[in-house]
Design a protein around this ligand. Structure first.
Ligand code: FE
Length: 390
C-alpha cells in the first residue's frame, strides 16, 4: 500500500497571510529565522492577525540557517512552558524545518533525537498542537513536505528527518513574502525546485498521484524562473506556486542522487559552503546522463512536456542542454572546479564523500542504483565537467 499526504489546507495568493485571522485556538508560538520577516513587516502583520483571532502569541526568533539539534531542543522547551495549540513558522526552509522538529519534542519530551532519525518512525503528533507553515523562499517547499533537515554539529552530520506526521496542517503560500528574495536566492531556490520535480518524476516511487504535480512544476519553473530572477514579480508569484507543487510531488515520491550529492558536498569543502540549490543545479545534468540508462523514457516525458522533440535519446540530451542554458542564465557554475572547490582538496575527499552520498536517504529512490566507485566517478565528472559515459 502506498500513501499520499498533503496539508489539509493550502491558502495561496497575494495577501493569503490574512487567513491567520480565522484560525481558532488560544495560544500560538511563531518560529522565525534571522530577521528579514520582521524587517519587511510580515511579523507585525502576523501578530496583528493572530490578535484579531483572539490568540496569544510568543516568538521563537533567530533560528540559524542549517538549524542545530540544540536550537530544536531550546525551542521545544519554550513550547513546553508556553503550551501553544498552534505552531506557526514563517521564513525560509530553516525556521520551518526547525519548528517541525521542535513540535516532536514539545509533544514527546522524552523522545531523543536519535529515535527520530529513523525515517517514518515518529510518534503520533497533534496531541497538543497543529502546525502552520508560511514560506518566504521559493524552493524547499517544506510548507507541504514530510521532511525537515536538522544538523548535529557535534557529529558534523545533516539529518533529513522524514515522517508524514510533520507534514504541516496548513500551508500559507503568499507570494508577497517571496518578493523579498535577492536574485541569487531566487536562482538557487528555483533550481532546487526544478530538481525536486525532476527527481520526483523519475523516482522509483513515482505515481499517478505525483506525476502531474511534478510535470506542472517543471513546466512552470522553465516558464517563470528567468523572469522571476530578473525581478518580475508576476513571475515570482508563479515560481512560489511551482515550488509548492514540486514539494507536493517529492514529499510523496521522494528524491534521488542529485540530492544525495548536494547533501554530502554542501559543507564538505574549506573554501565555502555550496548553497543547496546551487549544488543541485550543478549536479542535475550529470545525474540525468547517469540515470538515463534506467529512466530514459521518464526523462523524455519531461523533455517533451517542455517542447523538446526527437527520439528519447535526443530528448534527454535536449533536457540536459536546457538545464545547462538555465544555469548560464542564472550565473550558476557548470562544475565544482568553477565553483571554486580546490582540486587537491576535492581529490582528497571525493572517496569519502562518494561513500556518504551513496548512504544518503535520497539514494534509495533513485532510478539507477549506484556503487561508491560509480559515485566517485560521477562526482569527478561534476568537478571537471567531463562526459558521463558509464
Ligand atoms: Fe532540495
Amino acid at each position: 500500500m502506498m500513501r499520499f499526504t498533503l496539508p489539509r489546507d493550502m491558502y495561496y495568493g497575494k495577501g493569503a497571510l490574512e487567513e491567520l485571522k480565522h484560525i481558532e485556538g488560544k495560544k500560538a508560538v511563531l518560529v522565525l529565522g534571522g530577521g528579514s520577516m520582521k524587517k519587511f513587516g510580515f511579523v507585525d502583520k502576523v501578530l496583528a492577525y493572530l490578535k484579531e483571532a483572539g490568540i496569544e502569541t510568543t516568538l521563537i526568533e533567530n533560528v540559524e540557517p542549517d538549524p542545530s539539534v540544540e536550537t530544536v531542543m531550546k525551542g521545544a522547551k519554550v513550547m513546553r512552558e508556553f503550551e501553544p495549540d498552534w505552531i506557526i513558522s514563517m521564513g525560509g526552509g530553516s525556521p520551518i524545518d526547525a519548528a517541525k522538529a521542535m513540535w516532536v519534542f514539545y509533544e514527546y519530551p522524552d523522545t531523543t533525537f536519535e529515535e527520530i532519525i529513523q525515517p517514518f518512525s515518529f510518534p503520533t503528533l497533534r496531541q497538543k498542537a497543529k502546525f502552520i507553515a508560511i514560506p518566504s523562499t521559493s524552493g524547499t517547499a517544506t510548507e507541504v513536505t514530510a521532511f525537515s533537515v536538522i544538523t548535529d554539529y557535534s557529529k558534523g552530520v545533516k539529518y533529513p528527518l522524514a515522517d508524514f506526521n510533520i507534514t504541516p496542517d496548513i500551508a500559507i503560500v503568499d507570494p508577497e513574502l517571496a518578493e523579498t528574495m535577492p536574485a541569487k536566492l531566487v536562482a538557487h531556490t528555483g533550481m532546487d525546485a526544478l530538481t525536486h520535480a525532476i527527481e520526483a518524476y523519475v523516482s522509483t516511487l513515482n505515481s499517478p498521484f505525483t506525476d502531474p504535480l511534478a510535470i506542472k512544476a517543471i513546466q512552470m519553473v522553465f516558464r517563470y524562473l528567468p523572469d522571476s530572477y530578473s525581478g518580475d514579480m508576476a513571475a515570482r508569484e508563479q515560481m512560489h506556486y511551482a515550488q509548492c507543487l514540486a514539494g507536493q510531488a517529492f514529499s510523496n515520491a521522494l528524491l534521488g542522487i542529485t540530492h544525495s550529492m548536494a547533501h554530502k558536498t554542501g559543507a564538505a569543502f574549506s573554501n565555502g559552503h555550496i548553497p543547496h540549490g546551487c549544488a543541485n543545479a550543478i549536479y542535475l545534468p550529470y545525474v540525468i546522463k547517469f540515470n538515463a540508462a534506467n529512466a530514459m523514457n521518464r526523462y523524455a516525458d519531461i523533455a517533451r512536456s517542455v517542447g523538446i522533440t526527437g527520439s528519447d535519446e535526443e530528448c534527454v540530451k535536449g533536457l540536459c542542454d536546457k538545464i545547462d542554458a538555465y544555469n548560464v542564465k542564472l550565473s550558476i557554475p557548470k562544475t565544482l572546479k568553477e565553483f571554486g572547490v580546490l582540486e587537491k582538496e576535492f581529490k582528497e575527499k571525493v572517496e569519502t564523500i562518494a561513500e556518504l552520498a551513496v548512504g544518503d536517504a535520497c539514494t534509495g529512490s533513485n532510478p539507477r542504483p549506484i556503487t561508491p566507485a560509480e559515485m566517485e566517478k560521477l562526482l569527478t565528472c561534476t568537478y571537471y565537467g567531463t562526459e558521463v559515459d558509464f
